[in-house]
Design a protein around this ligand. Structure first.
Ligand code: NDP
Length: 368
């Protein structure tokens, strides 16, 4: 008899300690998503709406009806609801109104563009100051319990060569220490933004920070007009830009639908904690193109030959303005090695196959 009571007390104590340590997010409360018109944000919002959640969606220009039309259409087939708010990552206090009553905040808004003229103003400032601005609003909003920030594997490494430092690939404990405003500025902006987020999160105790570090994202889009770099890169494989050959640039890729599930789990899974590498396959630009041949090879100029590394190195600046010779040296014929085991064990992610992600993405880019 005594033992029975002791066991009951023990279980209650565990439940109490657990609920004290980790927040339970109430699904009936609104959830904020910044940068709602983005590629990743669109698929995440669709997932939240399907779960019946009320989404507070921030956009820089909610009056651009064309830009948000597709989000309004998605809501109609779900149990969820959506409310739009005007907010710019660079305007102080801009997110206060949208955040009211939210327990969970997803911060996805940040430029993903490898072709910028002014890396400081076009990448670094919107990424870092934008993160600081959103998190200052979080500090001022007592309802918020958890923030999920969309960082990137760019905050973990600078180039593929570095990813070979560990046998099973880099993990969440690794940080990008090499990128700068001159070398890989997009990677630098993501590293600095995530560091800023950790600094702000560690200075308080009310809310917790969970980071999603996706690798290169592919897969079917929701936003027909998104400007994400993901489209530009995959579009080249079918529009004739690289019709003869592509180099074996090592890529780690992940499907946008898996990235959305990872965000959902990071928000609502009580035990989600720290950083999560969300990466499905280590592949190359050439191998990605080959997955398309069976279905689309007859109708589209998909590259069938490998561009040798030395030619890519020689002509890099003419092939693509964002390609530098050091990028070719460090990433071509060198696979990207990342350890995704934490995402599988703690967020229960079951990754799509490379073929499915590529073919579904291609279908959306060229046929919708
Ligand atoms: P998108 O460009 O499609 O979305 C980003 C959104 O951020 C925009 O739609 C925009 O929304 C908002 N935004 C706010 N300020 C700016 C600004 N100054 N410049 C550009 N956009 C701004 O990108 P993704 O969906 O691909 O990326 C979303 C997040 O995921 C980013 O943080 C990116 O770094 C990260 N990521 C992306 C990967 C990928 O392969 N796509 C891989 C790893 C990380 P609005 O106009 O509504 O305000």
């Amino acid at each position: 008899m005594k033992l029975k009571y002791l066991v009951k007390i023990f279980i209650l104590a565990i439940v109490f300690i657990n609920s004290y340590c980790y927040s339970v997010i109430d699904q009936t409360k609104p959830v904020l998503v910044t940068g709602a018109t983005g590629y990743i944000a669109g698929v995440l919002i669709k997932k939240l709406l399907n779960e019946g959640i009320c989404v507070h969606a921030t956009v820089r220009d909610p009056n651009d009806a064309e830009k948000i039309k597709y989000l309004k259409q998605i809501v109609e087939n779900t149990n969820g609801s959506i409310k739009f708010f005007k907010a710019d990552p660079l305007t102080k206090g801009s997110f206060d109104e949208a955040m009211k009553g939210c327990e969970l905040v997803y911060h996805t808004a940040s430029p993903f563009n490898l072709h910028v003229k002014d890396p400081k103003n076009d990448l670094l400032i919107p990424a870092v100051d934008g993160t600081e601005n959103v998190l200052n609003s979080v500090n001022n909003t007592s309802s918020v319990k958890r923030v999920v920030l969309t960082s990137s594997v760019a905050a973990i490494y600078d180039n593929n060569r570095e990813t070979h430092a560990k046998e099973a690939g880099l993990t969440e404990s690794d940080w990008n220490k090499k990128s700068s405003l001159i070398n890989n500025p997009y990677f630098y902006s993501k590293t600095r933004a995530e560091q800023k987020a950790w600094d702000i999160a560690k200075a308080q105790k009310r809310w917790e920070l969970v980071i999603i570090n996706p690798s290169f994202v592919i897969g079917p889009r929701i936003n027909p007009n998104s400007t994400s770099e993901s489209y530009r890169i995959i579009k080249q494989l079918g529009n004739g830009d690289v019709k003869w050959a592509v180099p074996k640039i090592g890529f780690s890729i992940v499907d946008v639908r898996d990235v959305a599930i990872a965000h959902y789990e990071a928000g609502f899974n009580q035990n989600a904690k720290g950083r999560y590498i969300i990466a499905a396959h280590s592949t190359t630009m050439f191998d990605m193109a080959q997955t398309l041949l069976k279905k689309y090879g007859k109708d589209y100029p998909i590259p069938r030959w490998v561009l040798p590394k030395y030619i890519a190195w020689l002509f890099a600046p003419w092939i693509d303005k964002s390609l530098t010779r050091s990028f070719i040296a460090n990433n071509v014929d060198t696979p990207c090695k990342l350890d995704n085991s934490k995402s599988i064990h703690e967020l229960n992610i079951e990754y799509h196959s490379l073929e499915d992600s590529m073919n579904d993405f291609f279908e959306h880019i060229f046929k919708s």
